[in-house]
Design a binder for this molecule. Structure first.
Ligand SMILES: *Cc1c(COP(=O)(O)O)cnc(C)c1O
Length: 364
């Protein structure tokens, strides 16, 4: 075990193999039908941080429970951030991830907002490589399957005073993931939450932090009661924000693509990538406030021809219906969302040229 003095020296991970690791046969059976987020690989990565010692004790160890002091700050004040990124198996067996530099930079932005330490991008990427080095065989090879990687960081210092923790843990776990939509991509019904917000001006909406998800659970339950799959939130000015786990994109009749911009929206890497691909095809992209009226009027007049949501887990989801107290707007169906989805996943799975240099090989 080596502790690290300088930030940019590569970390030397200690590796403890899981003696109870599942057999290849057991693993293959799980990979036949992995679902989403319910099965995990045999190992996990963790790196400690302290205000005195910086990043230290990088480890790969058997996947399992984390011992925490009951006074650990995260359990009381929610000082926590995470990322979501996938590993894709290509036809030649190699394992790649997608724009990990972007996830590393976002984890740093989230860390700044939540007063957590910024993990250097090199360490972030190295942590993914270390986990793939022991658990790469868990990357499935079926259509639309991937290994979902979940890096996360939390305040573990045992202290009930309110200030940034001086002891922090960073982990990476991995979960094989099947196709998000069994039986093809289906348009979803979206509930417009007019009672609840997920974030506010100057709040934590742009950080990938658990609290934003906690605050979205009650509106999500309300959506389910109304027969909807997801919630769309408005910001404090009544503009369209996002779904709480996916960004929203509008396609206009003249080919313009418009997506909400505000400091309470989480900048999705899927969205940025889809919009880049759309620009490559000649579409004009506008990032600006979109009011609920613009959305509803645009659909009514035929100016808006397609609305979709996007994020790493589901990639692209067409929005089929917008439901609120007092109205139910059928959304127009187009084919741009699914065509961009195909182009993006073709790049991710190595079926199409990676013109932007977005892929990063993890297993070599
Ligand atoms: C992660 C996330 C997204 C989607 O981001 P991607 O990088 O595309 O996966 C959108 N909204 C919120 C709140 C998120 O946490």
């Amino acid at each position: 075990m080596t502790s690290i003095e300088t930030e940019l020296a590569p970390l030397e991970f200690s590796v403890t193999k899981n003696l109870a690791a599942r057999s290849a046969a057991q693993r293959d059976e799980i990979l036949q039908n992995p679902g989403f987020g319910s099965t995990f690989t045999d190992h996990m990565v963790d790196i400690c941080w302290s205000a005195r010692g910086g990043w230290h004790r990088p480890r790969v160890q058997p996947y399992g429970p984390i011992a925490l002091d009951p006074a650990a700050a995260v359990l009381h004040y929610g000082q926590e951030i995470f990322e979501g990124i996938k590993a894709y198996r290509h036809a030649d067996g190699s394992i790649h991830t997608f724009r990990p530099d972007q996830n590393a930079a976002r984890l740093q932005r989230s860390a700044r907002r939540m007063a957590l330490p910024e993990l250097p991008a090199e360490y972030f990427i190295q942590s993914l490589r270390e986990l793939i080095a022991v658990d790469g065989a868990w990357t499935p090879s079926g259509e639309d399957q991937s290994l979902y990687l979940r890096p996360f960081m939390f305040a573990k210092e045992a202290f009930l005073g309110v200030r940034p923790a001086q002891k922090v843990a960073y982990y990476v776990i991995a979960s094989p993931a099947g196709s998000y939509f069994s039986g093809g991509v289906k348009p979803v019904r979206i509930w417009l939450s007019e009672t609840y917000a997920r974030a506010g001006r100057g709040g934590t909406g742009a950080a990938k932090t658990g609290g934003n998800y906690a605050s979205s659970l009650l509106p999500q339950a309300e959506a389910a009661e109304k027969g909807c799959d997801q919630v769309v939130f408005l910001d404090q000015d009544g503009n369209v924000e996002e779904l709480g786990g996916m960004n929203v994109v509008f396609v206009y009749k003249d080919g313009r693509i418009v997506t909400p911009q505000s400091d309470s929206i989480l900048e999705g890497i899927t969205r940025n990538s889809l919009l880049q691909l759309a620009e490559d095809r000649g579409h004009t992209v506008e990032r600006r406030a979109v009011s609920l009226n613009e959305w509803r009027d645009g659909v009514a007049s035929g100016d808006i021809v397609e609305v979709f949501a996007c994020g790493t887990a589901a990639v692209v989801t067409p929005i089929g219906t917008l439901v609120a107290e007092g109205f139910e707007d059928e959304q127009p169906r187009g084919d741009l969302a699914l065509s961009l989805r195909e182009e993006l996943t073709d790049i991710q799975y190595g079926r199409r040229e990676d013109k932007h240099g977005w892929l990063y090989r993890l297993d070599a």
